[in-house]
Design a protein around this ligand. Structure first.
Ligand SMILES: Cc1cc2nc3c(=O)[nH]c(=O)nc-3n(C[C@H](O)[C@H](O)[C@H](O)COP(=O)(O)OP(=O)(O)OC[C@H]3O[C@@H](n4cnc5c(N)ncnc54)[C@H](O)[C@@H]3O)c2cc1C
Length: 414
């Protein structure tokens, strides 16, 4: 059986849900289906991340990440408050643990200023006042950072979408996308959808979906696992608010940080190790087909050439517990090996160009019949309401439907 809809969104993570919501808020008469292959919303990146609403400190000035994180974060905080999703503005500190890191800390401070984020420079004494168990020679304190639960955000959005009349399907993997006159036919095991426009928000599978739709994406998705540990017992009291290291500017990852979560647990991580399966949450998850593809792909050789040193360090830290503990102790010296226990992982969908460069910014491309979200790493969950409304504007344009939320969007970043 095939159903006709105006819009089919593939992927029920926070971006797919936010996009469907924005379309329906702007044009309530539109018929919108959200198709998710798993049996629940936010099953992958959106439900397995650090749950931090970022301030916009880190990102290259002028980039989409910089423009969308700041305002998107404020929108997300308001969304959580209005929809009963736990949220707390905690602030955070980014700590330089050696004098060699001071120039990078200063550059980060400058970046924050350019992005409109107010960060306060702290001396070692001021760090000790704020976080008595954290060691550092200097730090930046950022007030805007907040914590939430993006899994709960997805659940709230799905509930809202139900009320807005969306057709919500879990357990509905999209198997193929083929042109069908002016529409696209999306096949799922139970039902087919004939959509005027489709939006590919398939995260770790977005490049696969793009190719299935006949597009030739300029990037491929490399899965990077982020492994977490948690602090046990009294060690949980060693930090009050999120504590971050100074990130390596060559990598789009923020480094292993210590985050007291809203439920009282304290997470340490995530690291960033290449995964050998798109949903490779465990080291033993190996997809021989993906491994074969990667080995044949010049992008991987380019990536290895550029980042072998940091890749080897990350891998060693993942495999050798004392190395992980050593790095955590640089930030919080009192943490002992026995205070840490493994605590799950998430897998990032990181786009890599054909020459092996890690794509730093968000990447969304338009193709025949649809829109493909090809790179939406952190802070895309933070920025999801804004990204969703941007994609919705293009969807409505393609449908030639008036965008009744355009007035709201005029205050958003260009
Ligand atoms: C370890 C880690 C830490 C992070 N920390 C933060 C943070 O603190 N703050 C922040 O802002 N961001 C963070 N991020 C990034 C954030 O989680 C992502 O940017 C965001 O969740 C992306 O959402 P998405 O909807 O694009 O992807 P996803 O949530 O991965 O959703 C994609 C969905 O598509 C579905 N799908 C795939 N193929 C098909 C198909 N064929 N048919 C139907 N459905 C399909 C998948 O099942 C999945 O549910 C982190 C990510 C990770 C992994």
């Amino acid at each position: 059986m095939s159903r006709s809809v105006d819009v089919a969104v593939v992927g029920g993570g926070v971006l797919g849900l936010a996009t469907a919501r924005a379309v329906l808020l702007a044009h309530p008469e539109a018929s919108v289906a959200v198709l998710e292959k798993e049996d629940r919303w936010g099953a992958h990146q959106s439900g397995n991340n650090s749950n931090v609403i970022h301030s916009g400190l880190y990102y290259a000035p002028g980039s989409s990440k910089a423009r969308f994180a700041r305002q998107g974060g404020e929108l997300m905080i308001r969304y959580c408050q209005e929809h009963g999703v736990p949220v707390r503005r905690t602030g955070k500190i980014v700590v330089a643990t050696s004098t060699e890191q001071l120039p990078r800390l200063a550059a980060l401070h400058e970046r924050g200023r350019a992005n409109g984020v107010t960060a306060q420079r702290l001396s070692a004494r001021e760090i000790a006042e704020l976080e008595p168990h954290v060691a550092g020679v200097a730090a930046l304190s950022v007030a805007e950072t907040a914590l939430t639960d993006f899994g709960a955000v997805c659940a709230a959005m799905a509930a809202e979408l139900g009320g807005l009349g969306a057709e919500l399907r879990t357990g509905a993997p999209v198997l193929s996308l083929t042109p069908d006159g002016p529409r696209t036919l999306l096949r799922t095991p139970a039902e087919d959808y004939r959509a005027r426009v489709f939006v590919n928000c398939a995260g770790l599978h977005s490049d696969v979906l793009a190719r299935r739709a006949g597009a030739r994406p300029a990037v491929r998705i490399m899965p990077f696992r982020g492994e977490y540990a948690e602090l046990l017992g009294a060690a949980r009291g060693l930090v009050r608010n999120p504590v971050y290291p100074v990130p390596d500017p060559a990598l789009p990852f923020l480094g292993v940080h210590v985050t007291p979560m809203l439920d009282g647990s304290v997470h340490v991580g995530p690291n960033a190790v290449p995964a050998l399966a798109r949903q490779g949450y465990r080291r033993r998850d190996v997809d021989p087909r993906l491994v074969g593809e990667l080995l044949r792909d010049p992008a991987l050789r380019g990536l290895a050439r550029r980042h072998w040193r940091s890749g080897a360090t990350e891998l060693a830290r993942s495999l050798i517990h004392p190395l992980f503990v050593r790095d955590v102790r640089k930030l919080v010296p009192e943490v002992r090996s026995a205070d840490l226990r493994r605590h799950g992982s998430g897998v990032r969908a990181q786009a890599v160009t054909r020459s092996g460069e890690l794509v730093d910014d968000f990447a969304i491309s338009s193709g025949a019949g649809g829109i493909h979200v090809l790179n939406a790493p952190s802070p895309a969950a933070t920025s999801s309401l804004l990204i969703g409304s941007r994609i919705a504007a293009e969807v409505l344009d393609r449908l030639e439907l008036p965008d009744r939320a355009a007035g709201l969007r005029s205050t958003e970043p260009e």
